[in-house]
Write a protein that binds this ligand. Structure first.
Ligand SMILES: C[S@@+](CC[C@H](N)C(=O)[O-])C[C@H]1O[C@@H](n2cnc3c(N)ncnc32)[C@H](O)[C@@H]1O
Length: 217
């Protein structure tokens, strides 16, 4: 697939990080075990609140776990925007296998650059995506604005020890000349941007690493 539209250095890192090998392994695991635990928490909460006929914008959807599960449970359609070409191709393959392809539209590229071409959706999700992007304020502001009803995020917990661990990972990425970096963005800053977009926190659950938060308008 061609280079992501309006690619930045972090997007080049994303292409290197989430390559065919990484993505094939993710797809194998999704097929064998279903969505991972934290994605399951977000899905359960959304489904419990009622998703019948709703539209989804899944940013950085990876192999497409959220879109496939919500469409299977009654959502009307989905748009998947992803800066990894390998993930877009894997999500398409999986959607065809599940006979969901006619309900999904895929866009390869940086959401921050593509957002002005995208329509609002009832549900917007960013599952382990905000931590993969340097310009968190633009990513969160532009995506929250597009959420008509629900906005779901999964982010690393904002703790000092995770910040240290991410710095160490970044150091090794640098050694291997990969421009990809991972970020523990401050939770209060993320929350402030989401609140200013008119969304309020309605659900939260965490494990030792991830924090799952659902907001509603
Ligand atoms: C760690 S993976 C998570 C994939 C999937 N959501 C999951 O939980 O398995 C991060 C994903 O975010 C995407 N991503 C990060 N920043 C992005 C941006 N600015 N625009 C579009 N996709 C982005 C990457 O391409 C990748 O698919």
């Amino acid at each position: 697939m061609s280079r992501a539209r309006n690619c930045c250095s972090q997007c080049e890192g994303i292409e290197q990080m989430f390559d065919d090998e990484h993505v094939d392994e993710d797809l194998r695991s999704y097929r064998a075990e279903g969505p991972d635990e934290t994605t399951g928490w977000l899905l359960d909460e959304l489904i419990a609140r009622g998703i019948d006929g709703l539209t989804l914008l899944d940013i950085g959807g990876g192999v497409g776990a959220i879109q496939h599960e919500l469409l299977t449970h009654g959502a009307a359609s989905a748009v998947h925007v992803d800066a990894s070409s390998a993930y877009v191709e894997a999500a398409k393959r999986e959607a065809k296998r599940r006979k969901l392809a006619d309900k999904i539209e895929w866009h390869f590229g940086n959401f921050v650059e593509l957002s002005s071409d995208l329509s609002p959706a009832d549900i917007v999700t960013l599952d382990k995506v905000i931590c993969c992007y340097d310009d968190m304020p633009s990513l969160v502001r532009k995506s929250a604005r597009l959420a008509r009803r629900f906005y779901g995020i999964i982010v690393p917990r904002d703790t000092w020890w995770l910040r240290v661990a991410f710095r160490v990972m970044d150091f090794f990425q640098g050694l291997f000349k990969n421009p990809y970096r991972a970020f523990v963005h401050p939770q209060d800053k993320i929350e402030g941007i989401i609140n200013r977009a008119g969304l309020k926190r309605v659900f939260e659950r965490r494990n030792w690493l991830w924090q799952v938060v659902l907001y509603s308008r």
